[in-house]
Design a protein around this ligand. Structure first.
Ligand code: ATP
Ligand code: MG
Length: 569
């Protein structure tokens, strides 16, 4: 590709609305352009990267025996009513009507459509296992689209769905996808971790996520290498603390706390630390609100809490008016003593003696609160996020926390969809049985952003070789004045292209500084500068994007180095 014909549009300025580095660099390098909230155009340069991700994913899916198909993006409501998700999926689902006022949605995922295909096409256990996949545009009306294409509304996903005759078969299909995903992320050159995960809206039993590790990641991952444990913090379990609780040393005492609304203010007033306090959060319930009680320094875990009996899902904090109506006090002065609502107490709270909490009366708190005396011995539940240093569930080590970007998610669905939609096959005895399903997603477009989060410097993107839009950029100096430079550049361009490399020839009539800056911003792995002075010595100036210095190479050496790197990537 000749840059004179490529309409590169790089930006010097950092766009104001971009929060994280990948979003900034994708805009600056001209990979994407925003159309509206969560909607982006993949510009020619960005599309080259997206296609490279697609190619790797497609190759590994094919290698794993999956069959590619392509389903419609628009789906009839009837299928979603059959599975029961039309009412359950909520505002993430973009709904629409056709000219006959029939309901449709733009697919956020394709379990319903593929189960419909399977129940029509697959009749006998002899046809199984089958794993269908597609690479296709999804739409989810995200509440907070952000980070550019990483949390977009329209995005590209690879979704696969396996069908087996029994559960053992389903587990084998799942393991195959686990292996294929591992191969994909290794080939893409990304640092990643596989973690246990919540099944969320999709449903089913077992699920695991693949996370690209990056400080800007939206997800927190709890892991312990000693114990071979890794889980999304959403599902990382905590156990009741062992050991005896200290005996009460203080009397229960109510004390005025005018203006105190937060744990921090309470701690400053009493000169105590948050882990000596208890906080009470009121969430919406199925009929009436529910109280959730945590140690002052701990964070509520929404995924765990919304599974509790009587708690509304998705978890929703109760409003001020509802809290006042139910309890007669504002959110800043609540506590478990005399709480008129159903109360769930987190495991960690039971270890506390002489703690401080709100008194369910405005501007009033209690100190010296003790279980078994001021309130009943609690039955506790797990509703908090784990923190670094917590014991692992196996008990062999302690947890560390890292941040990750979810790029893949695999599920064992079982018969959730095949039961509700009647997707059966005949077994060996001629009896009809629901097929056992798995589903497997990869965020193709999100991978592009995640790769940049992990691979960049002050000058721009540093693509892992398999993702780079071009393998090498040739930068001729004064090509428009020097025939020698032009001839050397053109012949190298032709030879490298013939060798199968994606070569960019920066033949724009621009200053070398501009060309170098663009090459670095775009993140092309190899750069070869061609100038009169070097040519006189029979040399080219070579630099890898990760190197700080360039070095002089003979033409043969350039060819050898680049064709070798093409073979190894
Ligand atoms: P998240 O927790 O990030 O919202 P999810 O768990 O809802 O994602 P899945 O249903 O597991 O997503 O979808 C499969 C994959 O699609 C995800 O692992 C992710 O890589 C990608 N993906 C999901 N939502 C988006 C989005 N809004 N923008 C870009 N990619 C997305
Ligand atoms: Mg997921």
């Amino acid at each position: 590709m000749r840059f004179s014909e490529f309409a590169l549009t790089t930006l010097k300025e950092v766009p104001a609305d971009a929060e994280i580095v990948s979003h900034k660099l994708m805009l600056r390098a001209g990979l994407i352009r925003r159309l509206a909230s969560g909607l982006f155009t993949w510009m020619p340069l960005g599309l080259r990267v997206l296609r490279k991700v697609e190619d790797v994913v497609r190759e590994e899916m094919d290698r794993a025996g999956a069959l590619e198909l392509l389903m419609p993006a628009v789906q009839p409501a009837e299928l979603w009513q059959e599975s029961g998700r039309w009412d359950k999926y909520g505002p993430l689902l973009l709904r629409m009507q056709d000219r006959h006022n029939r309901d449709f949605c733009f697919g956020p995922t394709h379990e319903e459509v593929i189960t419909d295909i399977a129940r029509r096409e697959l009749r006998s256990y002899k046809q199984l296992p089958v794993n269908y996949y597609q690479i296709q545009t999804k739409f989810r009306d995200e509440i907070r689209p952000r980070f550019g294409i990483m949390r977009a509304r329209e995005f590209l996903m690879k979704d696969a769905y396996s069908f087996d005759a029994d559960e053992d078969g389903m587990r084998r299909s799942y393991e195959r996808m686990h292996a294929a995903y591992t191969a994909i992320f290794e080939r893409l050159g990304l640092r990643f971790r596989i973690v246990d995960a919540d099944s969320g809206e999709i449903g089913g039993s077992r699920s695991q996520e693949f996370h690209v590790l990056a400080d800007s990641g939206e997800d927190a991952i709890a892991y312990c290498d000693d114990d071979d444990y890794a889980s999304n913090i959403e599902t990382a379990a905590t156990a009741p603390p062992g050991g005896a609780r200290p005996a009460p040393a203080q009397e229960l005492e109510a004390f005025p706390t005018p203006g105190v609304k937060t744990i921090q203010q309470l701690c400053e007033l009493l000169d105590i630390t948050p882990d000596q306090t208890v906080k009470t959060l009121i969430v919406e319930g199925d009929d009436v609100p529910v109280a959730l009680v945590l140690r002052g320094d701990h964070e509520l875990n929404a995924v765990k809490a919304q599974k509790l009996d009587g708690v509304a899902s998705p978890l929703t904090m109760a409003g001020d008016a509802a809290i006042r109506e139910a309890i007669g006090a504002g959110a800043g002065s609540l506590g478990p003593v005399g709480m008129p609502l159903r109360v769930y107490i987190d495991h960690a709270v039971t270890a506390l003696a002489d703690f401080t909490c709100g008194a369910n009366e405005d501007d009033l708190h209690y100190k010296g609160v003790n279980f078994g005396r001021d309130l009943d011995e609690p039955e506790t539940v797990d509703i908090r996020n784990v923190v670094a240093g917590d014991p692992t569930p196996g008990g062999q080590g302690t947890l560390s926390i890292a941040r990750g970007i979810e790029v893949g998610h695999i599920f064992q669905l079982g018969s959730k969809y095949s039961d509700s939609m009647g997707a059966t096959v005949q077994d060996e005895n001629g009896k009809n049985r629901s097929m056992q399903m798995g589903c497997y997603g990869i965020g193709i477009s999100r991978i592009v952003g995640a790769a940049i989060e992990q691979n960049h410097d002050d000058d721009g993107i540093i693509w892992p070789a398999p993702l780079a839009p071009f393998d090498v950029v040739l930068v001729p100096i004064n090509m428009h004045r020097s025939d020698d430079v032009r001839e050397a550049a053109e012949s190298l361009y032709a030879e490298l292209s013939d060798a199968g490399l994606d070569v960019a020839l920066d033949d724009r009539d621009a200053r070398p500084g501009v060309k170098f800056a663009d090459a670095e911003l775009i993140g092309i792995p190899h750069r070869v500068v061609i100038g009169d002075r070097g040519l006189a010595r029979g040399e080219f100036e070579y630099r890898h994007r990760r190197d700080s210095e360039s070095r002089d190479l003979k033409r043969e050496e350039v060819l050898e180095l680049l064709t070798e790197s093409a073979v190894s990537s």
